[in-house]
Design a binder for this molecule. Structure first.
Ligand code: FES
Ligand code: CO
Length: 331
């Protein structure tokens, strides 16, 4: 599965305790995340190589992960260092737990389950240009556990024509549901859609009046995307105001997902909770509709559902998933 070679978010960095394991899951692979004595985060298959117990039920002892069953201890690279039943025994190098590569970015822990073959290209960590923009404040919202496939959630994020219905009074109005033509171009990681315009009664926390808002969308990985709202009149005096939101999805199973949003906003004054509350309101409007969609897996055969010009971005996303060989969460 090519998706195993992509980097995916599995947990918030701050959600991994200092001295206890945390269970996670990625692409149906159960994981255990834990920190060593230096605070570095490791991700192992959540299965002890001795007798198969769940390592996430164990504990962290002296900078090592200890299995709950017979107390075998593993160091950060996965190697077993100690077998309590045989204190003098030096475990050979092959006595090891399954360790995966880990990175930290955007306040999240990222894991890939497989490295690309020696002659194949590295698949990049999804980009988020706003991350390095000091004029924008960053914070995460989530996780949300959603009974929908990751690709359905990406499509919902790219979709403007639901605003007047799902987000009526917030991001749209049923009386102003028309979508002007917009541009979609393919990119190596997915697509970029530009010139996406919507009339929004309350487009963000600080909106004082309805406004015509312009969006750019970018698909940055199979299950990640970024939207940028371009400067908008009548919102705030911040020069060069713009707002960018990254959607990061951990595909748990083909039909269930864990979702985070990374907000990048020009608002350094509002408390975190207030910024999160707006995003929370919007996403919990989406969630029941997303969870109702059938089939849960995204159909890549374009004949399976109906499309119009307003769905150009989602059609391009389906084509991209198909040509890049994605099989998880699609049908
Ligand atoms: Fe883990 Fe025995 S099953 S130590
Ligand atoms: Co929505």
């Amino acid at each position: 599965m090519i998706e195993q070679q992509h980097w995916h978010p599995v947990a918030g960095v701050d959600d991994v305790p200092a001295a206890a394991p945390l269970a996670a899951q990625l692409l149906e692979q159960p994981l255990v995340l834990w920190r060593d004595a230096d605070g570095a985060i490791h991700a192992f298959a959540d299965r002890c190589p001795h007798r198969g117990a769940r390592l996430s039920l164990g504990r962290v002892e002296g900078g090592r992960l200890e299995c709950p069953y017979h107390g075998w201890q593993f160091e950060g690279g996965g190697r077993c260092m100690h077998v309590p039943a045989l204190p003098q025994f030096q475990p050979p190098a092959g006595h090891r737990a399954g360790a995966f590569e880990v990175r930290q970015a955007h306040g999240l822990v990222w894991v890939r389950l497989a490295a690309p073959a020696a002659d194949a290209a590295e698949l990049p960590q999804p980009a988020f240009a706003a991350e390095d923009d000091a004029r924008l404040r960053k914070l995460n919202c989530g996780p949300y556990d959603v009974a929908a496939s990751a690709p359905r959630i990406i499509e919902n994020f790219l979709d403007m024509s639901h605003f007047g219905f799902v987000h009526e009074g917030w991001l749209g109005a049923r009386s102003a549901a028309a979508i002007d033509a917009y541009e979609v171009e393919p990119t190596p990681t997915g697509l970029r859609a530009t010139g996406c315009k919507a009339w929004q009664p309350q487009s963000n926390l600080h909106s004082t009046a309805a406004a015509q808002v312009e969006y750019t969308y970018e698909v940055t990985g199979p299950y990640t995307a970024v939207l940028t709202k371009l400067p908008e009149a009548g919102t705030t005096a911040v020069e060069g105001w713009r707002e960018s939101i990254a959607l990061y999805i951990c595909p748990l199973t083909p039909e269930t997902s864990r979702v985070w949003f990374r907000l990048a906003v020009a608002d350094f004054d509002s408390p975190d909770e207030k910024l999160r509350a707006f995003q929370h309101t919007i996403f919990t409007q989406d969630q029941p509709v997303l969870e109702s969609q059938m089939p849960k897996r995204l159909p890549l055969d374009l004949r399976a559902e109906l499309h119009t010009a307003a769905d150009k971005a989602s059609s391009a996303y389906r084509r991209h998933l198909k040509t890049s060989g994605i099989t998880f969460g699609v049908c």
